[in-house]
Design a protein around this ligand. Structure first.
Ligand code: KIV
Length: 263
C-alpha cells in the first residue's frame, strides 16, 4: 500500500470518492486501522473520554497527547496521521500554538494537526500554515468549547455562522474540515461550497468523508453513544466473554494446558 498524501485526500473529493477516517490512541489500534486501509487516522482529544474516562476533552493537554500521538504514528505506514491540538495548546490564540503543533509534527511524527473553531481560530490556522504545518479544521459541535452537546446550525443564523466559519478556515489554509453534528442539508451546502473536503461526524451522507470515535463504533464503551454512531461490533461484550472463559479455565485448572507449558 502506498502512503496517503494531502494531495490524495483532495483528489478523492474532486473524484467523488469518499474519505475514511477513524480515531486511534495507541499502537495496536493504529496498526489495525492502517492494515484496514483507512485514509486518515486521528489522535482525537476524545482520548480524554474514550480511553481515560474523563468527562471533558479539555481535561488533557500536550503532556497526554504527545505520547499517544507518538504511539499511533509509530504504528502507521500508510494513512495520514492527524492529531488534535488540545484546548490549552492554542488558547488563547497567539500563545503557544506553533510550539505545540510542532511537537505533534516533529516530535510525535504526525502529518497534521486539527483545531476546533473558536473566535480567533482562523488566526491560529494562519500562524500554523505560515510555518508550514498542515491543519484540519473542525466546526459545528466543537466539544472543547461547547455549552450544550446537541445538533448545531438548526436555525438560519447559526447555520450561516457555521458556513462562514468553514469558509474562513478554508481561506486560512485548512486542507480539510470536520463537520460535527449538523443537519444533513447544511453539511451538503458546506460540502458543495468548499474546495477542500469535509469529513462528517453526525453530519449525514453528503460529506466528502466520514469519521467516528473508534471505541464507539467498536462498542468498546459502556457510555451511551450519540445517535449518529453505528456500532459495527460489540468488543466490550467479546472482551468480557473472553476474560470470563480465562477465569473459568484458570479456576478449573484447565489453563495452562500442555500446549502452553514447557516440558
Ligand atoms: O476528538 C475527536 O475524536 C474528534 C472527532 C470526533 C472528529 O475530534
Amino acid at each position: 500500500m502506498t502512503k496517503i498524501t494531502l494531495k490524495n485526500i483532495l483528489e478523492k473529493k474532486q473524484q467523488g470518492r469518499k474519505i475514511t477516517m477513524l480515531t486511534a490512541y495507541d499502537y495496536p489500534t493504529a496498526r489495525c486501522l492502517d492494515r484496514a486501509g483507512l485514509d486518515i487516522i486521528l489522535i482525537g482529544d476524545s482520548l480524554a473520554n474514550a480511553v481515560l474516562g474523563l468527562d471533558s476533552t479539555t481535561e488533557i493537554g500536550m503532556d497526554v497527547m504527545v505520547p499517544h500521538a507518538k504511539a499511533v504514528a509509530r504504528g502507521v505506514e500508510h494513512a495520514l496521521v492527524v492529531a488534535d491540538l488540545p484546548f490549552d495548546a492554542y488558547q488563547p490564540a497567539g500563545a503557544d500554538e506553533v510550539k505545540n503543533a510542532r511537537r505533534l509534527v516533529d516530535e510525535a511524527g504526525c502529518h497534521a494537526v486539527k483545531v476546533e473553531w473558536f473566535q480567533w481560530c482562523d488566526e491560529v490556522v494562519r500562524s500554523l500554515r505560515a510555518v508550514g504545518i498542515e491543519v484540519m479544521g473542525h466546526v459545528g459541535l466543537t466539544p472543547q468549547t461547547a455549552q450544550e452537546f446537541k445538533v448545531q446550525g438548526r436555525d438560519s443564523s447559526s447555520a450561516q455562522a457555521i458556513i462562514q466559519q468553514a469558509k474562513l478556515l478554508e481561506e486560512a489554509g485548512c486542507f480539510a474540515i470536520v463537520l460535527e453534528c449538523v443537519p444533513e442539508d447544511l453539511a451538503r451546502e458546506i460540502t458543495q461550497s468548499l474546495k477542500v473536503p469535509t469529513i462528517g461526524i453526525g453530519a449525514g451522507k453528503f460529506c466528502d468523508g466520514q469519521v467516528l470515535v473508534l471505541h464507539d463504533m467498536l462498542g468498546l464503551t459502556d457510555r451511551k453513544v450519540p445517535k449518529f454512531v453505528k456500532k459495527y461490533t460489540d468488543l466490550s461484550d467479546q472482551i468480557v466473554k473472553a476474560v470470563q472463559l480465562y477465569k473459568e479455565e484458570v479456576e478449573a485448572g484447565k489453563f495452562p494446558g500442555p500446549e502452553q507449558s514447557f516440558h
